[in-house]
Design a protein around this ligand. Structure first.
Ligand SMILES: Nc1ncnc2c1ncn2[C@@H]1O[C@H](COP(=O)(O)OP(=O)(O)OP(=O)(O)O)[C@@H](O)[C@H]1O
Length: 544
């Protein structure tokens, strides 16, 4: 197994684009809430952090950016006591500390909100917040008052009596934040907090973070969305291959300069694409209805959808409005109560999932840990997952591991999956690299249709544009893509047509060339009245 040593000499702090940036060795002005000095962390075959420095001034918002696998999450886990560094010192508010677990970090006033929320659906907000922290304010009215106090102080709008199951994604995230503040955190770490939010929710979150900052709290967050980072952070630390490359004032850099600092080379300017949409219908969904087993309103109502060869059809929507159900119905994981799903000449409505996937429907699921990977299995076994009965995983009844391994190696190279080898477990890859592996696997079977739910979630800007290029290339060859994404820039940039799903119903068509993120956001929340409707139909209607 080769060792990925991340120590390849980083360039001088001026960065690749020659921008004037702070000297990373000079401390920021003001007292330091966090001072990580010379942090090194090795995993078998990988040096995840190498002599890394991070200095965060108290009462500021600080963003950490870097490519997939650069070592951001590892560094944050070290700061939160989930992992122990092999070398280096951690100082919190000037005092050197050594954390053996998150408990120690919490005691020192450090809290973390992870990307995958950890709330119990069947409990109330109050119960979730006090769980494990009963000693602080009990479980009754004192605890409720404290939750209200924190909620009011930072504008979190968290109501203690609500059931978590009834909360949307943004509200759940605010409960997670409140949970951390309830435990006395003065330094808050957020791992990619905006990945799951719609634009309006992102604005709200950033409002909350600014409130926290004005009260003297310190916020650190990881993000791949460089425009957002620049909008809210005071300072940005750029990490490349495990090492600190720069610390910059967000007001002094452009997103392009940041991206170039991250990857260490200049990024090409994206070209505008000619439309490749043809008249040939590849996927036709007609009148699909899915009842709610719990007796509530239908999960999908009379849904019609047509995707042509060479077309990317984007679906925008606030999470929980039927996107998951639509995908699961297409993939045969749910049975529609009415309607049909036809791919070219095949009516796949009643087909089992395996047959659907083996017949040219590529699938990138929303939850890669639950539906796309075996985290404890090596990469090459994950390459076979869902395609066990097809080449290169097997021939006839015989498994062909050698061929699967060769193909995994090919995917690793073609999709730039950063890994020491194809024998490491999928669970040891960074999130973005896991996603690149899944994408590579699905594209390897030359699908007729690609059903992609958030294909670039957690993926860095360089890899994101590479994945978009792969989709565009395949589209040119006639691939039909159903793209579900919470990233409106991705939807607008990649789709030929956009539709919005709201409470299980699809809107008319939006033209991505003219629609704005704000207009989509309004349609997603149902704020789109007939007067300000922006769909193609409505525009034509208005013109008549
Ligand atoms: N528990 C682990 N075991 C082995 N290797 C690991 C482990 N955790 C992280 N790594 C490796 O350390 C490196 C840094 O990973 P890390 O998750 O910190 O990156 P990241 O910058 O957060 O990436 P991403 O943006 O993709 O989430 C990667 O090569 C990853 O494969």
């Amino acid at each position: 197994m080769c060792v990925i040593d991340t120590t390849d000499t980083p360039e001088a702090p001026t960065g690749v684009s020659g921008i004037a940036v702070a000297d990373v060795t000079a401390p920021p002005s003001g007292a330091l809430a966090v001072d990580l000095d010379g942090i090194t962390k090795r995993f078998p075959g990988v040096v995840a952090n190498k002599d890394l420095h991070l200095q965060v001034a108290r009462g500021t918002i600080h963003a950490i950016v870097g490519e997939n696998g650069a070592g951001k999450s590892t560094l944050m886990k070290i700061l939160y006591g989930v992992q122990k560094p092999d070398e280096g010192t951690i100082r919190i508010n000037g005092d050197e500390v050594s954390f053996s677990s998150p408990k120690d970090a919490i005691k020192a006033g450090v809290g973390m909100v992870f990307q995958h929320f950890m709330l119990a659906d069947n409990l109330t907000v109050l119960e979730n917040v006090v769980l494990g922290a009963e000693k602080l304010h009990g479980i009754g009215s004192k605890a409720r008052d404290e939750i209200k106090r924190i909620s009011d102080a930072y504008g979190l709008d968290v109501r203690p009596e609500m059931m978590v199951a009834d909360l949307g994604v943004g509200a759940r995230q605010r409960v997670e934040i409140l949970k951390v503040l309830y435990r006395g955190a003065k330094i808050l770490i957020l791992d990619e907090p905006t990945a799951v939010l719609v634009p309006q929710e992102v604005d709200e979150l950033f409002g909350n973070l600014k409130e926290m900052k004005s009260e003297g709290l310190t916020v650190l967050f990881i993000s791949h969305k460089l425009d957002e980072v620049r909008g809210v952070a005071d300072d940005i630390t750029v990490i490349r291959r495990g090492t600190t490359i720069d610390r910059v004032k967000s007001s002094s850099v452009t997103s392009k300069q940041l991206a170039e600092l991250m990857v260490g080379s200049q990024l090409p300017t994206p070209e505008t694409q000619e439309s490749t949409v043809t008249d040939r219908v590849v996927m036709q969904i007609t009148d699909v209805t899915l009842a709610d087993p719990a007796g509530g309103p239908a999960l999908l109502s009379d849904l019609d959808l047509t995707i042509h060869a060479g077309e990317v059809l984007g679906i925008a929507g606030v999470e929980g409005n039927g996107q998951a159900e639509l995908v699961e119905t297409i993939l045969g994981m749910r049975r529609a109560d009415a309607g049909t799903v036809v791919v070219e000449n095949d009516d796949i409505t009643a087909w089992p999932t395996r047959r659907i996937r083996e017949n040219g429907i590529g699938y990138i699921p929303e939850d890669r840990h639950r539906h796309a990977l075996l985290l404890g299995a090596p990469l090459w076994e994950n390459r076979m997952l869902g395609h066990q009965r097809q080449e290169p995983a097997s021939k006839g009844w015989r498994l062909t591991p050698k061929a699967a391994k060769d193909d995994t190696q090919r995917i690793v190279e073609a999709y730039d999956v950063r890994t020491p080898s194809i024998d490491v477990t999928a669970g040891s890859l960074s999130g973005g690299n896991q996603q690149k592996l899944i994408f590579g696997r699905e594209m390897s079977h030359a699908p007729r249709v690609l059903v992609a739910a958030h294909p670039t979630r957690g993926v860095d800007v360089g890899a994101q544009s590479a994945i978009w290029d792969h989709i565009k290339d395949a589209r040119r060859e006639g691939l039909a893509v159903l793209l579900i994404s919470a990233d409106l820039d991705e939807l607008i940039g990649l789709s030929d047509t956009i539709r919005v799903i709201l409470r299980g119903k699809l809107s008319g068509e939006f033209d991505p060339k003219t629609v704005t993120a704000e207009q989509l956001g309004a349609a997603m929340t149902g704020a789109n009245t007939p007067e300000n409707a922006t769909t193609v139909d409505a525009q034509e209607e208005a013109a008549r």
